[in-house]
Design a protein around this ligand. Structure first.
Ligand code: NAP
Length: 419
C-alpha cells in the first residue's frame, strides 16, 4: 500500500480479516494508523503512543505507528480537512486510533468525526465506564459502576435529515405531513424546523448484536435495551422489539429475558446465561445513579446513547478519563470522548488517560488482553498513588500534579513494574 503524503513504516505488518470468521488476523508487529488530532491532540496523542508502546513491548509485541492527518494537520498538508487517503489508510489497516478534532461552530462545517464514522461505516460507538481507584467522583459509590455502552452511530435524529425553519423545503415537508399523512393541527403555525428520526431493523439489530456478542464473550450478566418506546412507538419501541427478536432468533439458550429469569429461574440466572432487559431512557438515567451495580452492558439508539454514556462517564471521573471506540465490520477506530480543548493545546498539561484507555480498547480489539490489562492496572496504580494531571489534582487532597508527559512516564514505569 502506498500513499502520496503518508509514510508507511517498513518494519510492521498489515492487519487482515479472516474471510470465513470475520475475525481480525493480528500480527505481533501490526501497522497502526494514528491521528493525533487538533488542540490537545498534540499532547495526549504522543502520551498514549508511549504508554501503548510500553504495554506492547512488555508483552512481547510491537506497534509500528503510521501517522495520518485530519483537521488542522491535514489543512496544512493537503489544504482540506479530511483527505481521502486518510480515510483509505484507516480502511486498509482496519484498526486505528485518533485524538480529538475541532468542529468550528457555525453552518457549513460538518463534523469530521461524524464524516469519518460515516465514510468507514463505523456503526457502533462503545464507551466502557468503570471506576479507577483514586479518581475523584461526584457520587458516593463510584466503584459500583462497571458498564459498557453500545451506542448506534449512524441513524436516529443524528442521521442529518432536517430542514430549516422558513425554507421552501420545510414548507414542502410540512404540507406532505399535514395533507398527505393526515397530521393536521399537529405542527404549530409559523416558522418550524423539522427533522426525521429513522430507526431501522438492520441498524438496530447489527448494533444490538455487537452488545449481545460482547456480553456473552466477556461473561457479563445482562444487556439492557434503553429506549423511549412508551412515547415513540415506531422508532424507539421498534428498537426494543428488534432486540428481543434478535435474542430469540440468533442466541437460543445463551440469552434469557427478565421475565424468564423470574418465571423459570426464580431470579437467579444460570451460569453463562446473559439476561436481556429493557428500560425507558428517563428511568435509566436515574437508575444509573440509584442502582448502578445492576447494569452491565447497555444497547441504545444514537440519542439515548449520547446522553446516557456521558452521564455514566461523569460518575466515574469525567472527560479526562472517558475512553471510547467506533466499530464497524472488521474495523476499529478508538478515540477519547473529550474534544480538542483548544485553550490547553500544546501546554503539556491535560490528562491523557482518556486517550490511553481508548488505546486500551484498541488493544482488546487486537486480542491483546494481557497488554490491555497492564495498561488499566498501570493507570490505576498511578492515579491511586496521587500522581495525576491538573484536572484530577484540583479535586483531591494532596497528590502530585504532573504534566501530560510526566504522567505518561509514570504510567510507563508502572507498566515495567507490573509486567
Ligand atoms: P472539550 O474539548 O472536551 O473540553 C471541555 C473541557 O473539558 C475542557 O475545557 C476541560 O475542562 C475538560 N477536558 C477535556 N479534555 C480534557 C483532558 N484530556 N484533560 C483534562 N480536562 C479535559 O469540549 P469543547 O470545548 O466543547 O470542544 C472543543 C472542540 O472539540 C470543539 O470543536 C468540539 O466540536 C470538538 N470535539 C471533538 C470531539 C472528537 O473529536 N471526538 C469530541 C467532542 C468535542 P476545564 O476547562 O474545566 O479544565
Amino acid at each position: 500500500m502506498s500513499y502520496e503524503q503518508i509514510e508507511v513504516p517498513d518494519d510492521g505488518e498489515v492487519i487482515t480479516v479472516d474471510e470465513a470468521t470475520g475475525e481480525l488476523v493480528v500480527p505481533s508487529n501490526p501497522i497502526i494508523p494514528i491521528i493525533h488530532g487538533d488542540g490537545i491532540g498534540q499532547d495526549v496523542g504522543p502520551a498514549a503512543q508511549q504508554v501503548l508502546d510500553a504495554a506492547a513491548e512488555a508483552t512481547g509485541r510491537s506497534i509500528s505507528w503510521m501517522q495520518l492527518y485530519a483537521g488542522q494537520s491535514a489543512r496544512d498538508r493537503y489544504d482540506e480537512n479530511l483527505p481521502d487517503e486518510t480515510v483509505d489508510a484507516i480502511r486498509d489497516h482496519r484498526v486505528a486510533i485518533k485524538g480529538p478534532l475541532t468542529t468550528p461552530v457555525g453552518s457549513g462545517f460538518r463534523s469530521l468525526n461524524v464524516a469519518l464514522r460515516k465514510k468507514l461505516d463505523l456503526y457502533t460507538n462503545v464507551r466502557p465506564t468503570y471506576y479507577l481507584d483514586g479518581v475523584p467522583s461526584p457520587v458516593t459509590a463510584p466503584e459500583q459502576m462497571d458498564m459498557i455502552s453500545f451506542r448506534e452511530n449512524t441513524e436516529d435524529v443524528y442521521a442529518g435529515i432536517e430542514w430549516e425553519a422558513g425554507s421552501d423545503d420545510v414548507e414542502r415537508v410540512r404540507e406532505f405531513i399535514e395533507e398527505e399523512m393526515g397530521y393536521e393541527d399537529t405542527i404549530h403555525e409559523g416558522p418550524v424546523g423539522i427533522g426525521v428520526k429513522p430507526i431501522s431493523e438492520f441498524g438496530s439489530k447489527r448494533l444490538i448484536r455487537e452488545a449481545f456478542d460482547y456480553a456473552i464473550e466477556n461473561d457479563r450478566d445482562s444487556v439492557t435495551l434503553v429506549h423511549k418506546g412508551n412515547i415513540m412507538k415506531f422508532t424507539e419501541a421498534a428498537f426494543r422489539d428488534w432486540g428481543y427478536e434478535l435474542a430469540e432468533e440468533e442466541y437460543g439458550d445463551d440469552l434469557i429475558t427478565e421475565d424468564e429469569l423470574w418465571d423459570e429461574y426464580d431470579g437467579e440466572a444460570p451460569e453463562d446465561v446473559v439476561v436481556v432487559k429493557d428500560r425507558i431512557a428517563d428511568n435509566m438515567l436515574q437508575q444509573l445513579l440509584t442502582r448502578t451495580d445492576q447494569y452491565d452492558v447497555l444497547a441504545m439508539p444514537n440519542l439515548n446513547g449520547d446522553y446516557l454514556s456521558d452521564a455514566a462517564g461523569a460518575q466515574i471521573g469525567g472527560l479526562g478519563i472517558a475512553p471510547g471506540a467506533n466499530l464497524g465490520e472488521g474495523r476499529v477506530l478508538a478515540e477519547p470522548v473529550h474534544g480538542s480543548a483548544p485553550k490547553y493545546a500544546g501546554q503539556d498539561k491535560v490528562n491523557p488517560t482518556a486517550m490511553i484507555l481508548s488505546g486500551r480498547i484498541m488493544l482488546e480489539q487486537l486480542g491483546w488482553d494481557d497488554a490491555a490489562d497492564l495498561v488499566r492496572d498501570a493507570v490505576e496504580a498511578t492515579i491511586s498513588a496521587g500522581e495525576v494531571t491538573y484536572d484530577l489534582h484540583r479535586q483531591i487532597e494532596g497528590g502530585t500534579k504532573l504534566a501530560t508527559s510526566e504522567y505518561a512516564d509514570a504510567v510507563c514505569e508502572r507498566i515495567e513494574d507490573l509486567a
